[in-house]
Design a protein. Structure first.
Length: 196
């Protein structure tokens, strides 16, 4: 591991559920036409970028984004990059959940039949460790994944608890970069979005 290693976090393009605000963990849905266009813009932005490793969530929306962006042939499926398992809240919006559980938040309340935020944080720590062990002394790793896992991964990178991901908004089809300032892990850029 080196203070020159960068983790590039790339969130998948828009889906019908990301557009409506529905929690999308296990449900394997495709990109919308707009989501595919955003992935094409990502391809243009990342053109010529060489990554030492490309890791991708196994979910269709992420693999599709990665392929359109030009890295599908290089991608290694990484189970740790799956989105949060929302249990009984899968497919529901926060407003729908709050109509039954007032004040509910994915960040502080029980996820019935799903994962705790701490468990997602443990997966994020594992992905970080795996990414850092596969790169040479200086290198870049692309992580194509989902909003919540990437927000939690960024929080863990900079030493926050997993629920610190609540402080980091992340749009569809966005690029963020985690790196170093001398020996300190930092967020170099966050939530760079692109018009499509």
């Amino acid at each position: 591991m080196s203070a020159e290693t960068e983790l590039w976090l790339i969130r998948h393009g828009e889906t019908e559920w990301s557009l409506s605000g529905q929690h999308t963990g296990r449900t394997d849905i495709a990109l919308t036409a707009h989501g595919r266009r955003r992935a094409e813009v990502l391809r243009d932005y990342l053109a010529g970028m060489r990554f030492d490793r490309v890791m991708v969530s196994p979910m269709r929306r992420v693999r599709e984004t990665c392929a359109i962006a030009g890295y599908g042939d290089l991608a290694v499926v990484e189970e740790g990059l799956r989105e949060w398992d929302y249990g009984v809240y899968e497919g529901k919006t926060t407003a729908e959940i709050r109509s039954v559980v007032p004040g509910w938040s994915v960040w502080k309340d029980e996820i019935v039949d799903g994962e705790t935020v701490e468990h997602v944080g443990d997966r994020a720590d594992w992905v970080i460790a795996k990414a850092l062990e596969v790169v040479p002394a200086v290198g870049k790793v692309a992580l194509f994944a989902h909003a919540h896992i990437l927000r939690i991964l960024a929080a863990r990178w900079i030493g926050l608890a997993a629920d610190g991901g609540r402080l980091l908004s992340l749009g569809t089809g966005s690029v963020s970069v985690l790196g170093w300032e001398r020996e300190t892990r930092v967020v170099q850029s966050w939530n760079r979005g692109f018009e499509a």
